[in-house]
Ligand binder design. Structure first.
Ligand code: SF4
Length: 321
């Protein structure tokens, strides 16, 4: 796959679609490119309405807003396809910003993997182009290499709320090697598996073992505190592909059956300030699961994800009042 020509690829993908008016969503990290992209589309005679609202994930598809602006194409930059729209034609455009040679970094850090023979490769969207290269290199060093598949994503890809491709190879591997930056993507995997996860750190040019203990501990404490809660607030996002109203209703029913009081609250982006003043003992997050995982301690009361609450109830951690 071609590297480092994202803007040209993007313009070409858009012009091939032949739109008159484009609604553009772009993550904050790529905003420095936005005006250049708009200039190039202007030159092609295409009107552009660029959204400056946060665009954290592929789930946040602003098709209603695009339609309202009279656009005939919605371009969502930085993520792979996650959901469809029945309102407007949508293009998901993954941004492959790879400058570093993974083989060189791995080659210099192979000693960090010496205790493991069977390695599972996972990657965030922008590092997908180097999955195959990494795979071939590790094989050439006599590792057994596995790359998971998932019907909803690219080979080896994980996202913050879907690590199914990684879990599909969990039994086959001794550890995972994550290609990407930050902890957003591997944290989801770290909470699902006990296998070690290493990150290929392109900035520092080395492989590092990741540690998710803090997040595991926070989850255990939240479940423990939630057991004593009586009034639950169920949080639902109105973002297009995060909205789970039926899940919220079934949670409410489950909690009511347990003798708890439960109410459903909606908002676009779930933030602590919107919940201030509500008389609640515990929150159940039916929006992006990462809100609870990464901000667990900032809400003042325990917050559990849907699966965490369901498991706690199944394990009879929640006794009927
Ligand atoms: S729900 Fe969260 S983790 Fe999943 S795609 Fe949306 S922002 Fe990313």
């Amino acid at each position: 796959m071609a590297r480092n020509n994202n803007i040209e690829r993007l313009i070409s993908v858009i012009t091939e679609k032949g739109p008159n008016r484009v609604f553009l969503q772009i993550p904050a990290g790529l905003k420095t490119k936005l005006v250049r992209i708009m200039e190039l589309l202007d030159e092609k005679g295409i009107d552009v309405f660029a959204s400056l609202d946060p665009c954290y994930g592929a789930c946040d598809l602003k098709d209603v807003e695009a339609e309202r602006m009279g656009c005939d194409l919605l371009v969502h930059v930085g993520h792979t396809k996650f959901c469809e729209s029945d309102r407007i034609d949508v293009v998901y455009f993954p941004w492959m910003h790879m400058n570093t040679d993974p083989v060189q970094v791995i080659g210099e850090s192979l000693a960090d993997l010496e205790d493991y023979r069977r390695i599972g490769i996972v990657a965030s969207v922008n590092f997908l182009p180097v999955v195959e290269e990494t795979e071939e290199f590790l094989k050439s060093k006599n590792f057994d290499v596995f790359v998971g598949e998932s019907s909803s994503m690219e080979r080896g890809q994980i996202i913050g709320c879907d690590v199914s491709s990684a879990l599909s190879i969990e039994e086959d591997v001794d550890c995972y090697l994550y290609l990407g930056s930050g902890i957003f993507h591997p944290l989801g995997l770290g909470l699902e598996t006990s296998k070690p996860i290493f990150r290929l750190d392109f900035e520092e040019g080395r492989i590092k073992r990741m540690d998710f203990d803090k997040f595991q501990r926070q989850r255990i404490i939240a479940v423990e505190r939630a057991k004593d809660a009586e009034k639950f607030g169920i949080l639902v996002s109105t973002k297009k592909c995060q909205s789970e109203p039926e899940v919220a209703l079934s949670l409410k029913e489950m909690l009511t059956d347990l003798g708890k009081e439960a109410h459903i609250f909606t908002m676009d982006m779930v933030t602590k300030d919107k919940l201030e003043g509500l008389d609640l003992d515990c929150l159940v997050n039916a929006a992006c699961p990462r809100i609870a995982i990464e901000n667990r301690t900032s809400f003042g009361i325990p917050i559990l994800n849907v699966d965490e609450l369901q498991k706690a109830v199944e394990n009879q951690n929640f006794n009927k009042l």
